[in-house]
Design a protein around this ligand. Structure first.
Ligand code: COA
Length: 258
């Protein structure tokens, strides 16, 4: 049985972390498989949005696999952390939006994988946290700094120093998740959002994703320069001509991603 499942419906792909008997804990096999699936997603020019969720009704992922980590040496932990970071970077640098549908526990590496997605929607049963300090370590898949960028440095510090686990309402309140939904409705709601994105100009969505990500790491004037370059680069594309002609012709646009 594969530890990562992938399915495609129209323009939308769904990745399911699939070790439900271990609450989808992230071992090297699963993270490696995720890396391979994401490389395939990157090559698939028909996809316009990607959803990441967890198998079963208890967890998105309850963290990196503690049993596997318990015997790791420092160099082995470094390689494992780098693999997790590579997966996070893959999700962030895909041209298409990646939405986390957090259906239960998103702890440790699970929270980090959700944070590497462009945004998160969660079930009312979801629980989030970076409890690594309980194990004598810290997040190793990008969680510390992505959490700070998502919810602010003070809240990130408190979560990382206390190991506290928070519920969906609190995650919504602090801006960690964008929306919460009844468990049985979560995937459907996220598919609706993904399908809506898929109707928009793919080149434009890709540029918006790129500018929003890169803009986080540079001063505002540089970020604004990135934006104006990306804005200008879209002019002359088939999609720009189609989008504007459709508006003026009072008809829906049909974007092709060119
Ligand atoms: N690594 C490895 N195995 C894990 C795991 C993890 N991060 N999280 C859960 N599992 C395994 C359990 O060992 C158990 O396996 P078993 O049935 O072979 O004993 C199985 O998943 C079910 O978990 P269990 O603890 O029985 O479920 P629960 O509902 O009682 O508790 C949690 C759920 C999430 C509170 C609990 O599993 C937990 O605290 N997990 C670790 C969370 C964590 O610290 N994550 C950060 C890691 S860096």
């Amino acid at each position: 049985m594969s530890t990562v499942l992938f399915e495609k419906e129209g323009f939308v792909g769904t990745i399911t972390l699939n070790r439900p008997d271990k609450l989808n804990a992230l071992n090297a096999e699963l993270v490696g498989e995720l890396h391979r699936v994401l490389a395939e997603v990157r090559r698939d020019k028909d996809l316009r949005a990607l959803i990441v969720t967890g198998a079963g009704d208890k967890a998105f992922a309850a963290g990196a696999d503690i049993a596997a980590m318990s015997t790791m040496t420092g160099p082995e932990a470094k390689a494992f952390g780098e693999l997790g970071h590579a997966v996070g970077a893959q999700m962030e640098t895909l041209a298409i939006p990646v939405i986390a549908a957090v259906n239960g526990f998103a702890l440790g590496g699970g929270c980090e994988m959700a944070l590497a997605c462009d945004f998160i929607h969660a079930s009312t049963k979801a629980k989030f946290g970076q409890p690594e300090v309980n194990l004598g370590v810290i997040p190793g898949f990008g969680g510390t700094n992505r959490l700070a960028r998502r919810v602010g440095i003070g809240r990130a510090r408190e979560l990382c120093f206390t190991g506290d686990v928070i519920g969906a309402e609190e995650a919504l309140r602090i801006g960690l998740v964008n929306g919460i939904h009844a468990p049985e409705e979560l995937l459907g709601k996220v598919k609706e959002i993904a399908a809506k994105i898929a109707t928009k100009g793919p080149l434009a969505v890709a540029q918006a994703k790129r500018v929003l990500l890169r803009g986080l790491d540079v001063p505002l004037p540089t970020a604004n320069e990135l934006e104006v370059q990306a804005f200008a680069a879209l002019f002359g594309s088939e999609d720009q001509r189609e989008g504007m002609a459709a508006f003026l012709g009072k008809r829906p646009a049909n974007f092709v991603g060119r």
